[in-house]
Design a protein around this ligand. Structure first.
Ligand code: AMP
Ligand code: MN
Ligand code: MN
Ligand code: MN
Length: 293
């Protein structure tokens, strides 16, 4: 069975509608998927309905922006009840901070001789979340840079002209929202934060102490030669091993589910995901069998 537990739609910085993400995942042979948009669950209902049509296993997800020791981390919630009020209130606060950041980023670009960024970026961000990815697409299409990577290198990365420092959710709070909504917290792409071995272990230890339960062993930006190392890290801290493509765009480098199986010596997140699939199915059954009032 192929699991892909990390994917984006237009509800954040992906380019496909939620149903289109599910169709592509199915076409790529994915059996079980999670939609994990940044700081939003607006795509979940549409994706879940499409997955039901296509016979793809589906769990609701989210990728929460976190600040830990002054650094950005991404913490995924899998198998969440996306209606949970504390989770939704927390995510709404992050989206509001994103809107305020976009305004400041546009001002900075204006001062660098790039006018109208806010209005133009609005054409790309047609969901609830406004992301640096949308700024990158605008900068490419308007001819200021050749590629999104160049947009990040020249304008959007920490210390660059349009960068605005952010205070995202504290780690403990983000994990609290996820666990409170019945989900499992997962460290996304642990090797993409530029942490040395010691700080990486400190981060994983804090994550575990706050109630986090899983870590991506196969994740975006991980070289296959690093899977074994991450499997050992997962085992050492008693974390479940997860896997996901971090799919954003069919024109990009990654497609859903296109990676090897998790290493044999991992305790995979698969059982946990099956349990939340079963719970969701029971929820639907209860819901549909309830007599009309
Ligand atoms: P934000 O959450 O709005 O700060 O934007 C971060 C998003 O930008 C990530 O989720 C990635 O999808 C994307 N991103 C980060 N770095 C790069 C890069 N160097 N090139 C292209 N996209 C990137
Ligand atoms: Mn993204
Ligand atoms: Mn991420
Ligand atoms: Mn992601």
């Amino acid at each position: 069975m192929i699991f892909d537990l990390h994917m984006h739609s237009r509800a954040s910085d992906g380019t496909l509608a939620p149903a289109e993400v599910v169709k592509l995942a199915a076409a790529c042979g994915v059996d079980v998927m999670a939609l994990t948009d940044h700081d939003a669950t607006d795509g979940v209902a549409e994706a879940r309905a499409e997955a039901g049509q296509l016979g793809v296993g589906f769990v609701a997800g989210v990728e929460v922006s976190v600040t830990w020791n002054g650094r950005l981390l991404h913490i995924i919630g899998l198998g969440i009840d996306e209606r949970h009020p504390d989770l939704q209130q927390g995510l709404a606060g992050l989206r509001e901070a994103r809107r305020a950041r976009a305004f400041k980023m546009a001002e900075k670009l204006e001062r660098s001789g790039i006018p109208d960024a806010l209005a133009r970026v609005g054409e790309y961000a047609n969901g609830p979340v406004i992301s640096r990815t949308h700024f990158a697409r605008f900068l490419v299409d308007a001819g200021y840079v050749a590629t999104p990577e160049q947009a990040f290198r020249r304008y959007l990365r920490r210390g660059k002209r349009a960068y605005v420092p952010m205070q995202w959710a504290p780690l403990e709070q983000a994990i609290g929202w996820i666990n409170g909504a019945g989900g499992t917290a997962v460290i996304a792409h642990p090797l993409r934060y530029g942490l040395g071995p010691q700080r990486l272990r400190a981060m994983v230890a804090d994550f575990k102490a706050c109630g986090g339960e899983a870590i991506e062993v196969i994740g975006s930006g991980h070289d296959p030669s690093e899977y074994q190392r991450l499997a050992r890290l997962a085992n050492e801290f008693g974390l479940l091993a997860s896997c996901g493509s971090d799919f954003h765009d069919p024109a990009g480098r990654v497609l859903p589910g296109r990676y090897p199986a998790l290493p044999d010596d991992c305790v995979t997140i698969h059982e946990r995901v099956h349990a939340s699939l079963a719970a969701a199915a029971r929820g639907v059954a209860q819901h549909t069998s309830r007599p009309a009032a």
